[in-house]
Design a protein. Structure first.
Length: 409
């Protein structure tokens, strides 16, 4: 049997980039909707933590099946399903019922969970391993654009057509995404195994995660991603509420600050991915990022309601670099320390841990806000996660360096 020809790299990067824009814009939009939707439903904006918990649980369970689903249907087909599923979840949320919004969190989480594994699977088939960090960061940069677009587009749409109409408009882009992928689906999924049975047995589902956790390097990457995911959710989930409800800025200005954070994150993701490949050392990049996150989190806590807009956006941008610029570097490191045939399962494991951080982070953040009655104090406390990240990555780097020296001697 002749070997399966690898797909072309250009379409994969384009699909990954575009899908990340849409998925991130919609999956992270609850933080923008919260100040408007929560009063309409008669709940506190801190209930957003519960939405993300439901979303994260559904996403984790779905991600457990990612490797098998990709093997049977292909990465491109899975991304088409993500577009259609996101559209469905937004239509469900537009009903205006609290219970239906909870149901939309389940649907959204189930389709979002496996999408990064699909992108990384396609990239690993076409990209040289020494460029995987940069290419993963380029694809992940679409996520920063998506969150930034949410900060610009969604507040204005809400003011023009209301929050329910905005959800329906956003759902249309999911249909467009699925349609755009269709002409490319056959060559991209030419490695799929149509007769492969997707196992739903618990032991089979968690086996890739257990294998990854037994590997010291992969385990450290996942611990780092867990902590940084908590920081990321404090950015996309609560920044708008912090600026709007505690500091008194308008929803448009709060959205502008969120956009500034994502523009900076976009540039940081690409640069840090390139730097990690250039240095051939993603761990020093992640270590420095962790220590800098402490300073940027404290700057977030020190913001005041009388600050000029440019100062608010500058601080938000620096926080965006540290809390969101790391994603592609982590996925690139995970893939680089895994064989090509196991990239989908390894990145699925990383995605599960990131989703767990995305679940735990908002609950802890919301709980601290209720306890301290201040977003600012909570941002300062959350910034301490950066110390753990910086220390663990520096320690891992030193261990790997010692092992390389001992092997060469």
């Amino acid at each position: 049997m002749s070997p399966v020809q690898g797909p072309r790299l250009g379409p994969i990067v384009a699909i990954g980039f575009c899908s990340q824009i849409y998925i991130s814009m919609t999956a992270n939009s609850p933080g923008v909707f919260a100040p408007v939707v929560a009063p309409a439903l008669g709940v506190s904006p801190q209930a957003l933590g519960l939405f993300y918990w439901i979303f994260g649980l559904a996403a984790m369970l779905a991600t457990l099946t990612a490797s098998g689903v990709i093997r049977r249907f292909g990465g491109a087909r899975l991304l088409q399903g993500v577009g259609l599923g996101m559209a469905a979840s937004l239509v469900i949320a537009a009903s205006g019922s609290g219970w239906m919004i909870a149901a939309s969190a389940i649907v959204m989480g189930a389709v979002v969970g496996p999408h990064v594994s699909a992108i990384m699977h396609l990239l690993a088939r076409a990209a040289p391993m020494h460029r995987l960090g940069l290419l993963a960061s380029l694809a992940q940069a679409g996520g920063a654009i998506g969150v930034g677009a949410a900060g610009i587009v969604i507040p204005r749409l809400i003011l023009c057509i209301g929050w329910q109409g905005t959800l329906l408009v956003l759902s249309l882009f999911g249909l467009v995404l699925a349609a755009l992928i269709q002409p490319l689906r056959r060559p991209l999924d030419n490695d799929r195994q149509a007769d492969h049975a997707v196992s739903v047995r618990p032991r089979a589902l968690i086996q890739p995660l257990l294998l990854a956790l037994r590997n010291r390097v992969l385990r450290e990457i996942m611990i780092t991603a867990f902590a940084l995911s908590m920081l990321f959710q404090s950015l996309v989930g609560f920044m708008v509420s912090y600026l709007n409800l505690e500091l008194g800025f308008s929803l448009v200005i709060a959205g502008l600050a969120l956009t500034a954070s994502q523009v900076a994150s976009l540039l940081a993701r690409v640069f840090l991915g390139w730097l990690a490949d250039r240095l051939r050392d993603p761990f020093i990049v992640l270590s420095v990022l962790g220590f800098v996150a402490v300073a940027t989190g404290i700057c977030m806590a020190l913001m005041e309601g009388d600050w000029p807009v440019w100062a608010i956006c500058t601080v938000a941008a620096t926080y965006g670099v540290t809390s969101s610029g790391w994603v592609g570097t982590c996925f690139g490191a995970m893939a680089a320390y895994t064989s090509k045939e196991h990239v989908a399962s390894a990145t699925s494991s990383l995605q599960i841990i990131m989703l767990l951080g995305g679940m735990v982070g908002p609950l802890i953040f919301a709980g601290l806000v209720l306890l301290t009655r201040e977003y600012s104090v909570t941002y300062a406390l959350f910034s301490l996660l950066g110390i753990m990240v910086g220390w663990r990555m520096m320690r891992l780097r030193r261990r790997l360096a010692r092992e390389r020296r001992s092997m060469s001697s």
